[in-house]
Write a protein that binds this ligand. Sequence first.
Ligand code: CMC
Length: 429
Amino acid sequence: MADKSAKLRINDQDYELPILSPTQGPDVLDIRKLYGQADVFTYDPGFTSTASCDSTITFIDGDKGELWYRGYPIEQLASQSNYLEVCYLLLYGELPTTAQMEDFRTRVTRHTMVHEQMHNFFRGFRRDAHPMATMVGVVGAMSAFYHDSTDIGDSWQREVASIRLIAKLPTIAAMAYKYSIGQPFVYPDNELDYASNFLNMCFSVPAEKYKVDPALARAMDRIFTLHADHEQNASTSTVRLAGSSGANPFACIAAGIACLWGPAHGGANQACLEMLREIGTVDRIPEFIARAKDKEDPFRLMGFGHRVYKNFDPRAKVMKESADEVLDLLGVGDNPTLQVAKELERIALEDEYFVSKKLYPNVDFYSGIILEAMGFPTSMFTPIFALSRTVGWIAQWKEMIGDPQNKIGRPRQLYVGSDKRDYVDFSKR
Ligand code: CMC
């Protein structure tokens, strides 16, 4: 309930707008009744000042550079928890007991295989398809394979769909990769933990034994954890909007994957590594900084800037430490791309343009360097982001479906098109 309100005056008429107070973050003006009372809309392209829902899942303080999942700071979860436990936390709201964790682990593990007929579905794609293109198609097609978990009105079916998505996304991402390089699909191995199983499905081949390095599995798990949720970002809002019409969860997550692919969002990790490679050597950095500052040049420093973080992205901090650890572990600590990244960060953070616009490295700045060192091609970076974010999308989708106030999402517009006019026949145009 609102205990504060604001007054809005339009043409000498006052309107009272309730102010809602969150548990954290700035107050929110409730404008839901404004159109009905005052016959005006609000205008906010890009939702820069608009809260689209209430949520209990993730909180970001962009000024302090803080990110919490269900109240727990990301740094603690990245260092003390693991991805599957984080999945439980995001989905159910609390850290699990040992028995709850075991039960959850078993449920996820039992769903890692995909329907055998899906293998044929994969084979319909061109080999050179981007793995994100394949994933959008295959995840969307899950609703054609798992009919028994598409009824969104049934809480048990929602639960099964959630577990299926978390369990099968690594399998699907790994299959997309294997298909793109012409290698046979590798079935999931339920003896392995979530991250090790993913690495095994990506890098093992039938011809020889492959042993997952536990340190790399740990780094992989941390990457999953850092990407698991991020409140109402573009892809999550896409999932919520798709879900608000009653679409099934597989269709909604496919929509989220499509949105994530763009270079301003999850596609930035691929674009960032390609940019760092293009820069190549430290001496070329000033040229690229100058381009990023040039209003006539569409070039932007990829992996830099964020709509919400105006201090630093706490995920980038953890990712940078992880990059140092992984590259040292692999004996490539002097990796030239890492050197370019560090120097680029140093120079940009001293530059008036980036300082005044509060542009800092984001999660995508260092993740690609770790993934490349692990052996992933750049085209797999965004699929890895997608599989990590799936749990966040599902948690947000479930929260929305379970909310009795849930309505179809339907923004209004500021129409600036032509006035009403009569159709003109071809002969008279
Ligand atoms: N390089 C150079 N200038 C930039 C950059 C950048 N990376 N990012 C923002 N700016 C400038 C921009 O030109 C604008 O300048 P001005 O006020 O003079 O017009 C100002 O900073 C504000 O930028 P904006 O585009 O209005 O900010 P936004 O909140 O709409 O966009 C962003 C946020 C993340 C899309 C943007 O910073 C960007 O394009 N960054 C590069 C892509 C990237 O790394 N994306 C990953 C985001 S984090 C992970 C994820 O969401 O998936």
